[in-house]
Design a binder for this molecule. Structure first.
Ligand SMILES: [Zn+2]
Length: 339
């Protein structure tokens, strides 16, 4: 059984690329973010991801498999299960010749208000995203981040400013809109966020109505917009406003590289460093491949006793039989404090 990384991940004998980065005949699309959801001739996805994907590519045929239902593809059995990253986001379990392989796609271990939480399955080979595989990327507890967002809004109102929450249109914006509406604040959004909100509503997510951010309102309101909107004239013309960028990249002093907002908070739709470690601890794979981020995370995993390797373009590995790592596995609980 061969695992390759070129146009996304390929697992032989599965005739489906996983998150192919260039157009191909048939790709599993783990979720609807544009860096994972390219235009293909046919896709495999959950119903929710297919809904969001076909909003951009309506003519692409989709084989849809709901979470938890097993399906045959060639000689392999596959199952999609939640990754907690955004609405419809899925990991894929591939079972071939008795070997269980999980490809995570993007995942989040903290709960997300607008999608079902991550599930973790035991497997032999784990191919995991490791975007935040650096100890500096350790986010505060999510409820603390939510509380800081609400404090930011209340402080803006007290100072006579309009609070502006800046996030990506698909997934992040809906989580924030849901949070703010739970606290009873009216929400105004830009056109891109409004479009995706509507798709979320059609998939059953209970988002209340919003108005466009240029509409005048006598009441105090919260703006939820994409980074692109900050550069538009209608936005610049709004007086008395304060903005905060919501991203995991705000951790570790990176915020200024990514956004022009006044301030930033680490609300992420990815697992942070500790989340990645806890995933591995629960999954207990025999072999780990890390994808995205830097090779540092694979090095850390090896130091903890795992058989781990970082995947770069052109990667190819032939797995005749998966062996248990000869190194002793260190109990993760004792090591949490080190980071
Ligand atoms: Zn994503």
């Amino acid at each position: 059984m061969m695992i390759e990384y070129d146009n996304g991940i390929r697992i032989e004998p599965l005739n489906v690329n996983l998150d192919a980065t260039r157009k191909c005949d048939y790709s599993f699309v783990s979720h609807a973010h544009s860096d994972h959801a390219r235009k293909h001739r046919k896709i495999l996805a959950t119903p929710e991801t297919a809904l969001l994907y076909r909003y951009r590519f309506p003519s692409v045929p989709a084989r849809v498999i709901p979470y938890g239902r097993k399906a045959r593809i060639g000689s392999a059995t596959v199952e999609l299960f939640p990754s907690g990253h955004m609405l419809g986001a899925a990991q894929i379990l591939v079972i071939t010749k008795g070997t269980r392989i999980v490809y995570t796609g993007d995942f989040k271990t903290y709960p997300n208000l607008t999608c079902v939480p991550v599930e973790i399955r035991r497997c032999d080979i784990l191919i995991m995203e490791s975007t935040y595989g650096d100890p500096i990327c350790s986010f505060p507890p999510q409820n603390e981040v939510y509380a800081r967002i609400i404090m930011f809004i209340e402080r803006c109102f007290a100072d006579g400013n309009t609070p502006v929450l800046v996030g990506y249109a698909t997934g992040k914006a809906q989580e924030v809109v849901f949070l703010i509406q739970q606290h009873g604040f009216p929400v105004h959004v830009d056109s891109k966020v409004a479009e995706i909100n509507e798709l979320y509503r059609s998939a059953g997510v209970k988002l209340k109505p919003t108005r466009h951010f240029t509409e005048r309102s006598s009441a105090q309101r919260v703006l939820v917009v994409t980074p692109q909107t900050l550069r538009t004239e209608p936005y610049k013309a709004l007086p008395y406003k304060r903005s905060v960028f919501l991203s995991g990249w705000s951790q570790g002093g990176n915020a200024k590289r990514f956004c022009v907002a006044d301030w930033s908070l680490p609300l992420s739709d990815h697992a942070d460093f500790n989340g990645l470690l806890s995933y591995v601890d629960k999954c207990r794979p025999k072999k780990i491949y890390t994808l995205h981020g830097t090779p540092q995370f694979a090095t850390i995993l090896r130091e903890m006793g795992h058989d781990a390797e970082h995947i770069n373009k052109g990667f190819k590995a032939d797995h005749k039989r998966v062996r248990k790592s000869p190194l002793r596995k260190i109990d993760l609980g004792e090591n949490f404090e080190l980071f």
